[in-house]
Ligand binder design. Structure first.
Ligand SMILES: [Zn+2]
Length: 432
């Protein structure tokens, strides 16, 4: 047996020798060229306590094999919590502030790391010396930021993107109890239900005008990655039948919706200044006549909603009055061009000032019961040339047609979508 003094050797040598010992054992067990070469070397008599050179070529040892002693890398996933930032997560991972600083300086890619959101996660690979080797951050369903350490210890970054497939799906429903329930029953998401109400919100008062038997059909995008559903995309076409009247919306490449003939669905006024989802009684088959009577009685429409429900400007305009009196309570009047005025009454709180310009859909106040009001509701009035009109039936300015330069492109999209809508309806009919 070869004997040598182990104790007095410098540490790197001990390591090398441990490896060599294992290597020698292997060499002895497996007869091969190097073994016979070693056997042929004459072995001198050895003395205890004396140092001998090993008959092994150190320079040609396969050092790659010694990886077990080298920097093993451990991959850890860190869940991002509320109030977390890169520095906090790095500190939890035992990484130094210097490391945080260096990673935060990896060109434009590091900007992604400024917006870490709770629930997301950060993958860190840290070697046995406690040094960061790589970082990965999935910041969108399709994109991962990768930051890796270079051989010279600097970091580099890049983005890995996944291919997204967009498919078109179709759903339809009929309103029995409420639009919301019909939407859920048709497997629409909450966002899609609200989206439909937004698309048709210039033509239909979703808060008060829906009836049993009203129906809708909708075509929408779905996004898939590797065959797996990721999220819904935009609604691309939709129809809503309200009181037997059919409204159709086709999405153009500009993201706006038009009628099949190319008229914008966006109009000067929303039919209702309150989102239907806040209206407790947004469906009541017997309500039509009583409301009509009440409308005549007091020149306005009442939207019963809980205190604090946001109320929006029905159209672009200028606040001509934002005040308080004992009849109207907190109220806001808005002038829209020369012809139109809208009035919003009984607010718990108004959030616009006299003379202020407002945009359609902008919150101007919150439902309350200030002034002469029995309970929380919005009293809404619509005046044309100073005369009260029913906002639900008044003829509104005709919407702008699509730009001439877009007309041909839109006509082709429109005819394709209409065909798809009708085909889908036919298939659903056949299935039922
Ligand atoms: Zn009223």
């Amino acid at each position: 047996m070869v004997k040598f003094s182990f104790k007095n050797m410098p540490k790197p040598h001990k390591w090398t020798i441990s490896v060599l010992t294992s290597a020698l054992l292997v060499l002895v067990l497996i007869p091969s060229e190097p073994v016979s070469a070693y056997k042929n070397t004459p072995v001198p008599a050895l003395e205890i306590g004396k140092r001998y050179d090993l008959a092994v070529d150190f320079d040609n040892l396969p050092l790659v094999e010694i990886n077990a002693f080298d920097n093993a890398v451990e991959r850890q996933i860190y869940k991002i919590k509320k109030g977390d930032n890169l520095a906090k997560i790095f500190s939890r991972a035992g990484l130094s502030p210097q490391e945080t600083y260096r990673v935060s300086k990896v060109s434009k890619y590091s900007d992604q790391l400024l917006n870490l959101l709770p629930g997301e996660s950060l993958g860190l690979e840290i070697d046995t010396d406690g040094q960061l080797q790589s970082l990965s951050y999935l910041y969108s369903p399709t994109e991962t930021l990768i930051i890796e350490k270079n051989a010279d210890n600097s970091f580099n970054g890049h983005i890995e993107s996944k291919q997204v497939d967009t498919r078109i799906n179709y759903a339809q429903g009929e309103i029995r109890s409420s639009f919301w329930n019909a939407g859920i029953k048709a497997n629409l998401s909450e966002g899609q239900i609200m989206g439909l109400a937004d698309i048709f919100g210039w033509d239909i008062d979703f808060a008060l005008e829906l009836r049993a038997g009203d129906s809708f059909s909708v075509m929408f995008e779905e996004r898939y990655i590797d065959g797996e559903f990721i999220e819904n995309g935009s609604i691309v076409a939709a129809q809503f039948v309200n009181h037997g009247q059919t409204y159709t919306a086709i999405r153009h490449t500009d993201g706006n919706f038009y009628t099949p003939e190319g008229r914008s669905l966006r109009k000067s006024f929303l039919r209702a200044p309150v989102n239907f989802k806040y209206i407790s009684s947004s469906f009541n088959p017997n309500r039509f006549h009583p409301i009509q009577k009440r409308y005549k009685a007091h020149n306005g429409i009442d939207y019963a909603a809980s205190r604090g429900t946001p109320v929006v400007a029905a159209g672009d305009g200028k606040v001509i009055k934002a005040g308080y009196d004992r009849f109207n309570g907190n109220h806001v009047f808005i002038q829209h061009g020369e012809k139109y005025t809208t009035k919003y009454i009984h607010f718990s709180k108004k959030v616009v000032k006299n003379g202020q310009k407002v945009k359609q859909g902008q919150v101007i106040g919150y439902v309350g019961s200030t002034g002469m009001a029995a309970g929380p509701h919005l009293h809404y009035e619509f005046l044309v040339d100073g005369v009260h009109r029913n906002p639900r039936t008044v003829a509104l300015p005709i919407a702008e047609p699509i730009a001439k330069s877009e007309a041909i492109a839109f006509a082709s999209i429109s005819s394709q979508r209409m065909q798809q809508l009708n085909n889908s309806k036919r298939i659903m009919l056949a299935m039922n």
